[in-house]
Design a protein around this ligand. Structure first.
Ligand SMILES: *Cc1c(COP(=O)(O)O)cnc(C)c1O
Length: 383
């Protein structure tokens, strides 16, 4: 592909890393499902578990371009991307600092597995920079953040974390799933490693399970060295599906973000709603910070129904918006953290994290905002 100027975001999404169909001149990347490649006269020994089939390599180019890094690697799930990346940089006796609120799977991975590897960890008491700083020890190697956070959409200062990491010789990692590379490119602020559950905004259609990591060539090489032994690569068919999904990522995420802002503004004025959590609202405590580090404010928001409204009943009265566990699809979905993602915590622990029974997490889709508002109105009216 000849580049006459730096590509715009939609051009990057559509064209970077595309494979040419030399045989039939088809318009899209061909899918190469081969697990076996000729070994004579080829420099690369291609094999799907080595993460180097034509489709795997092409997709990594697109993801690296989106995160503005030298290289990338894709995995069978977001958790595979997270676990491989952490274990590639943490050895027995090392220490990692993780932020207070993290995706449940990441939290479980740390507290259920790290002891057996002899890796030490600390969770911060809140999201302030000082709370990260006080956790640094002589054996600290990694700092891990996730912003915006789930489910209360709290914001961590990415630039401050990156500079804290640099000053103390730590590797900084971010779970960038909620923002997606459309809304946030943390490498611009000095973060070393970006991790995604590609199951979410990258996939975007609730039909792909995948993970991705973007970083420097050197860091990716280190992750690859472990990954080829653990064997969590992504099937070429899913790779091909994900490439297709990424072509529309900017269109989808921009629309979802614009819809989410309108929904947040509407919900903030709704008399049945106590509080709305969305970094794009001026009432959000980190609005200025979010504005400084995000392009749009993302498609995720949460809101608290007034006391006396049953969150479960409300969700089942909705008709377009579906009660559903996952997020980031083109279709709008809601869930009650108390009943689902945070059900295993005690009521006391939930209260400590600020998760009330009436809290609804809302993954805003691409439908017309007027239809989403009408759906919420009819659900509230019927209660
Ligand atoms: C879903 C999710 C993950 C885990 O990804 P899987 O693809 O389900 O393994 C990690 N982090 C965040 C923020 C997520 O939303």
């Amino acid at each position: 592909m000849k580049k006459t100027r730096p590509f715009g975001i939609n051009t990057t999404c559509t064209h970077v890393g595309e494979l040419k169909d030399e045989q039939f001149k088809g318009a899209i990347s061909p899918l190469y499902m081969s697990t076996s490649y000729e070994f004579d006269n080829v420099d690369v020994k291609r094999y799907p578990r080595y993460f180097n089939t034509p489709n795997q390599e092409a997709l990594c180019k697109k993801i690296a371009a989106l995160e503005k890094t030298e290289d990338a690697l894709i995995f069978g799930s977001g958790m595979a991307a997270i676990s491989h990346t952490m274990l590639a940089f943490l050895q027995k006796g090392d220490h990692v600092i993780l932020q207070e609120t993290l995706y449940g799977g990441t939290y479980n991975f740390v507290v259920e597995e790290f002891d057996k590897f002899g890796i030490e960890y600390s969770f911060t008491k809140d999201l302030k920079i000082e709370s990260f700083l006080v956790e640094i020890k002589s054996n600290t190697k990694v700092v891990f953040i996730e912003t915006p956070s789930n489910p209360l959409l709290k914001i961590v200062d990415i630039e401050a974390i990156a500079s804290l990491a640099k000053r103390n010789g730590l590797i900084s990692m971010i779970d960038n799933t909620f923002a997606s590379p459309i809304n946030q490119t943390p490498v611009d602020f000095g973060i070393d490693i970006m991790i995604h559950s590609a199951t979410k905004y990258m996939g975007g259609h609730s039909d792909i399970l995948a993970g991705a990591v973007a970083a420097s060539e050197e860091h990716i090489k280190q992750i690859w060295n472990l990954a080829k032994n653990l064997g969590g690569s992504l099937s070429d068919f899913t790779v091909w599906m994900l490439e297709r999904s990424l072509k529309t990522m900017n269109l989808r995420v921009k629309c979802q973000s614009e819809n989410a802002l309108k929904m947040a503004e509407y919900l903030e004025k709704n008399a049945h709603v106590t509080k709305v959590y969305y970094p794009g609202l001026k009432s959000h405590e980190d609005y200025e910070l979010a504005k400084a580090q995000m392009k749009y404010f993302g498609g995720m928001l949460s809101f608290e129904l007034n006391e006396g409204i049953n969150a479960m009943e409300f969700q089942h009265k909705l008709s377009i918006i579906k009660p559903s566990m996952s997020l980031a699809g083109v279709e709008s979905t809601v869930l009650s953290p108390t009943q689902t993602s945070h059900a295993l915590l005690s009521a006391e622990e939930r209260a400590k994290q600020g998760i009330k029974d009436g809290l609804i997490r809302f993954s805003v889709g691409i439908e017309e905002v007027e239809d989403l508002i009408a759906d919420i109105e009819q659900a509230l009216d019927s209660l």
